[in-house]
Design a protein around this ligand. Structure first.
Ligand SMILES: Nc1nc2c(c(=O)[nH]1)N[C@H]1C(S)=C(S)[C@@H](COP(=O)(O)O)O[C@H]1N2
Ligand SMILES: [Mo]
Length: 263
């Protein structure tokens, strides 16, 4: 479970050469923030101008990269239009077979028992705290064909079905004025999202893939599917959900991936 297959190993803290600084900076910046800056690549000089930091000092580089990343989160949150829909596709465009990806190999996919499974709701939630799969299946379902975009440079079109997350949060008595929703997974992966994205019309708590029960490799029993966010923000095998005002971070986000992670 410890190998980091599928993603580049996060760069060592600091190597005192311009190339490694630029590589780190590029990793830190999502594609949309690069659009925001109007360039694909920031030069070392550009980074110095932006930050006012002396890039020969490793602490200032780290501080600057963190500042750019949180600026980028704020900018993306401001630019996010909760009513704007991500593109949908005809079923004929579904990618077959749909790729598998995780921070481990496919033979280590967690095996979640459907009978004993309960989705646990924590934090700022007044209603029902534990949900069985049958209870989730009994809620109104819908499906969508959307493109999943992985930061590693591949994308694929798939069809997911399930409960609109906004409906679920409402039924569960969640405080939808809270800032964050954290998603905890059976494989110890976790991520967190902003409330406007949680309430977006295309954010689905999915129970099916291509019309059938979500297979283990794609996240049985449940994946939160958000076509407005990059792949690493779409957690599989969710076992608990926390509604909170405290920043929860995430598995990849805590290793330098941009937190907002919009596509
Ligand atoms: N629980 C869990 N969810 C996860 C991951 C993971 O390792 N564990 N990887 C993420 C990444 S980086 C990607 S690209 C997608 C891959 O989903 P797929 O296997 O359905 O293509 O799952 C995301 N959700
Ligand atoms: Mo990914």
């Amino acid at each position: 479970m410890n190998s980091r297959k599928g993603h580049p190993t996060p760069a060592p803290a600091y190597q005192p050469d311009a190339q490694s600084i630029i590589r780190d900076a590029q990793k830190e910046l999502s594609s949309s923030s690069r659009r925001l800056f109007g360039k694909r690549i920031l030069t070392l000089g550009g980074l110095m101008l932006l930050s006012g930091c002396d890039l020969t000092n490793d602490k200032s580089v780290d501080t600057m990269l963190r500042r750019i990343s949180s600026f980028n989160d704020d900018a993306q949150a401001l630019l996010f239009d909760p009513r704007k829909l991500a593109p949908t596709y005809p079923e004929s465009m579904i990618t077959r077979p749909f790729p598998f990806n995780a921070y481990y190999d496919i033979d280590q996919v967690p095996d979640v028992d459907a009978q004993t499974y309960r989705l646990e709701l924590k934090g700022r939630v007044k209603g029902k705290a534990n949900w069985t799969l049958d209870e989730l299946r009994a809620l109104p379902q819908q499906s969508q064909v959307t493109r999943h975009i992985c930061i590693e440079g591949w994308s694929a079109i798939g069809k997911w079905g399930g409960v609109r997350f906004a409906d679920f949060l409402q039924r569960a008595g969640a405080d939808t004025t809270a800032k964050y929703v954290a998603l905890h997974c059976a494989d110890n992966y976790w991520t967190s999202i902003d409330m406007p994205t949680a309430l977006h019309a295309q954010t689905l708590l999915t129970l099916t893939y291509d019309g059938k029960t979500l297979p283990a490799k794609y996240g049985f029993p449940m994946k939160l599917r958000m076509p407005t966010k990059l792949g690493y923000k779409n957690p599989k095998h969710i076992v608990a959900i926390t509604v909170t005002n405290e920043f929860p971070g995430g598995y990849w986000e805590n290793q330098g991936y941009n937190w907002f992670g919009g596509s």
